[in-house]
Design a protein around this ligand. Structure first.
Ligand SMILES: [Zn+2]
Length: 308
């Protein structure tokens, strides 16, 4: 049976039940007052699906309140379809494709996909490389940096720094305005355990940072060395593999994006990479993990459109 034939993708009541079971594993909680004891499901023909009433504060609510679905008129079953498609498409899925597949307007599809990216944003800021694990760090260049003239170096492109924890397989990426020892150093220090072994290429901005960790291995790419001749564990091939998926997606599916949205696309590629099949996470559990991220990630149309 196709995973897409599951009832929560087609039936609105089933969609609410599916989301409620994940947002409220212990039963409904009032988003207005936090109460959970005096809540009843609202009945009657004119009542909206999924409506509850809290008799502590006397206010009605649904599971959408306080999540990325709040104030959206798109049926929940279509949200679940969009989330499944985004979670399971390795290189991403364009707003145009979502618009055609789901039958919503292009503007709605664009907004849904940005809200879903918000749910993909990882709240876990625990350091990489705990217990002496190896962490690869590298930067890549993509698209156009606003207002920068085209030069030989990568300065006219947007800069991305990514970290991959070899132990957990997780990726964490950010947008940089400049690539310097200071900007790179601050991120690496904030995201790596002191016990970690840092793996980078020979770029100068890693030399000083490397001294702060238990170890620092680096290859010499400019000399054609991609795995150290002295130690086969010294390489950055994992993070470069992540960059290649990211770039294929950005070129093939999203056709680049404005800098103010780049961090959201990075959250999307980080999410799928950190929950990939090679780590034992299939499409259905990956979509469920995405659903776990919907709470407290409300994004208004203004913040989605606005600068940075
Ligand atoms: Zn209440």
């Amino acid at each position: 049976m196709s995973v897409l034939s599951a009832p929560h993708f087609h039936n609105e009541k089933a969609a609410y039940a599916y989301v409620e079971a994940r947002v409220w594993p212990e039963g409904p909680v009032c988003p207005h007052c936090g109460g959970y004891e005096r809540i009843s499901k609202m009945g009657g023909k004119s009542t909206r699906i999924g409506a509850y009433k809290c008799y502590q504060c006397r206010k009605p609510f649904t599971v959408k309140i306080g999540t990325i679905f709040e104030a959206s008129h798109v049926p929940l079953r279509l949200w679940l379809q969009a989330m499944f498609l985004m979670a399971s498409s390795k290189k991403g899925i364009s707003s145009n494709q979502l618009h055609r597949t789901l039958g919503v307007t292009l503007k709605t599809a664009w907004f849904m996909s940005h809200r879903i990216r918000e749910a993909m944003r990882d709240g876990d800021l625990s350091p990489f490389g705990l217990d002496g694990g190896m962490v690869e760090v590298d930067e890549t260049y993509i698209g156009r940096e606003p207002g920068e003239p085209v030069t030989k170096g990568g300065n006219h492109k947007m800069k991305v720094l990514s970290l991959v924890d070899r132990e957990s397989g997780a990726a964490r990426s950010m947008v940089l305005d400049y690539v310097t020892a200071k900007t790179v150093g601050e991120i690496v220090v904030a995201n790596l355990s002191r016990e970690a072994i840092l793996m980078t290429d020979e770029a100068r901005h890693y030399v000083k940072i490397g001294e702060q960790f238990a170890g620092h291995g680096h290859t010499n790419h400019s000399a054609g060395e991609y795995v150290s001749r002295f130690n086969p564990q010294v390489h950055t091939n994992t993070v470069e593999g992540f960059f290649s998926i990211f770039k294929r997606g950005m070129r093939g599916v999203y056709q680049h994006c404005a800098k103010r949205h780049l961090h959201r696309y990075l959250a999307e590629f980080d999410f799928r990479y950190s929950n990939r099949v090679a780590l034992g996470i299939g499409d259905v559990p990956r979509a469920d993990r995405l659903l776990a991220g919907i709470v407290g990630k409300r994004l208004t149309y203004q913040t989605a459109r606005g600068a940075a």
